[in-house]
Design a protein around this ligand. Sequence first.
Ligand SMILES: [Ca+2]
Length: 234
Amino acid sequence: MTTRLSTRLLSGCAALLCAAAAHAGILGSQTYNDSSNDIDPGIANAGGTLDLLSMEVSNSATDLVFRLTVNGSLNSTDWGKFMIGISTGGAGDTAGNGWGRPISMTSSLGGMDYWIGSWVDSGGGAQLWNYSASSWSGPGGLAGYSFSGNQITYTMSLSSLGLSIGDTFFFDAFSSGGGGGDSAIDALANPSVSVTGWNGPYTSSSNFSYTLVPGPGAMALIGVAGLLARRRRR
Ligand SMILES: [Ca+2]
């Protein structure tokens, strides 16, 4: 009986491993939601395109992927700017960001260590900035950047963010206009209106966290050990 159950458990875990492997190396993912229509009515929202709806965060053994969903078409409205602030526990800027926008961030790990600035006009593009030694350095490139319909996908290597499997980081995403002084017209982690004017300023203080999930092999082994231990205790 015990042997048959163990065999069944192991084949179940093998199926899970296959399913995980079929998912292009994605080890874990989590979706974070924002309210819709939470942009100040006095500020243009580009037909809803600047209204952030959700962010799916996932990781493989080597990469981190952000998939941002907005409330309008990125193909028909081409002037939006979309940005992500990341706090990893480094020196951390608590007053600014890589683009000099009036947007700042504080988390339980400190200030903002990385800034991703992206645009969807002129074919689109994205930059990665890093804060260290009291200044922002960049821009660097991302491993991947694409947008279509109402989604933008950003791929960064974990090493480019100074992250390793098991690490936890904090993040927030912001939408804005093309002016250098434009603030966070919408902020993902804030379900209410973020700013009442283009110039803000905005500070993200209650942001989201994500922990980089280890490989399915390690997870399955932990699962098998737990189930067998439970079986043994009966
Ligand atoms: Ca929103």
